[in-house]
Design a protein around this ligand. Structure first.
Ligand code: PBE
Length: 266
């Protein structure tokens, strides 16, 4: 089948992101759920995926990518999620803050700030758009912090200042996590901590917090996207709950691609 010819037009290829990303697992699940045996999910990186998307749009060519929100690509391009009637990609989910065991005792102020960190997709988008437009991530973070003193003071409320203790934050180079990690890192810094941001792969991100070589991460997508990592490490980490609500995962195409549902790939 493939009445619309979309499979042939894109060589039965879906442009994916980093191997190990939750979204890659979800897409493989979707390929099974919808019996899309002819299709291949290409591994790559988030940056390469966006570059290919950009090129396809410039040439008005069909393309299917693995996409997620919040992401600046939705404000830069006319895109649509393909409907997912089987629910392979899960529903809207949350992003959680996860810290190492013992952080509360070792750096109570940092722990409290991390625990109180919470913002909206629209906040995160402001930071992401500035970074995409070429601003340095730490500058974009500082700009957002300066523009949102009320939100930031909710995070720091009641937190004692640090005395230069080191806090190591781990993150993956996803646009969402570049934004959130830079913002919370800067807030911790402004409150007396010496912060390092360390960019890693998704497995080592969870493993690092679990084995104590990292102090915290603010990019655990739950309950679906990172379920496997979470379940592997749940006894060795401290889950501080959600810092953002309303993410989404799925297959995404430019508006001009004439399909509406994952079922149309069959
Ligand atoms: N993402 C963005 C991640 C979580 C953050 C959807 C690319 C993932 O697939 O694991």
């Amino acid at each position: 089948g493939d009445a619309n010819g979309i499979g042939a037009q894109v060589d039965y290829e879906i442009v994916g992101i980093e191997p190990g990303a939750g979204l890659m697992e979800l897409t493989n699940t979707a390929l099974k759920d919808y019996e899309l045996d002819d299709w291949t999910l290409l591994e790559g990186s988030s940056a390469a995926m966006v570059a290919q998307l950009q090129k396809a749009i410039t040439n008005q060519e069909p393309i299917i990518i693995t996409g997620w929100s919040p992401h600046w690509m939705f404000s830069s391009f006319d895109l649509k999620y393909l409907d997912d009637p089987k629910g392979s990609f899960g529903g809207a989910e949350d992003i959680h803050t996860v810290v190492r065991k013992g952080l509360e005792q070792d750096a109570p102020g940092a722990y409290r700030i991390l625990d109180q960190f919470s913002w909206e997709p629209s906040d995160m988008e402001v930071v992401m758009v500035d970074i995409t437009d070429g601003m340095d991530p730490s500058e974009a973070a500082e700009k957002w912090i300066n523009a949102n003193p009320d939100k930031v003071s909710e995070w720091t409320k009641g937190a004692q200042s640090g005395n230069g203790e080191r806090i190591k934050l781990v993150y993956v180079a996803w646009d969402t996590e570049i934004a959130s990690t830079n913002v919370i890192g800067k807030v911790l810094e402004q409150n007396g901590y010496k912060v390092t941001l360390s960019q890693v792969e998704v497995g080592p991100m969870f493993a690092g917090v679990a084995n104590g070589s990292a102090d915290a991460m603010v990019g655990a997508w739950l309950p679906t996207t990172h379920a496997e990592y979470y379940n592997t490490y749940k006894n060795d980490i401290v889950d501080l709950g959600r810092n953002l609500h309303g993410t989404k995962n799925g297959l995404v195409v430019p508006e001009y691609v004439d399909i509406d549902s994952v079922e149309d790939l069959k």
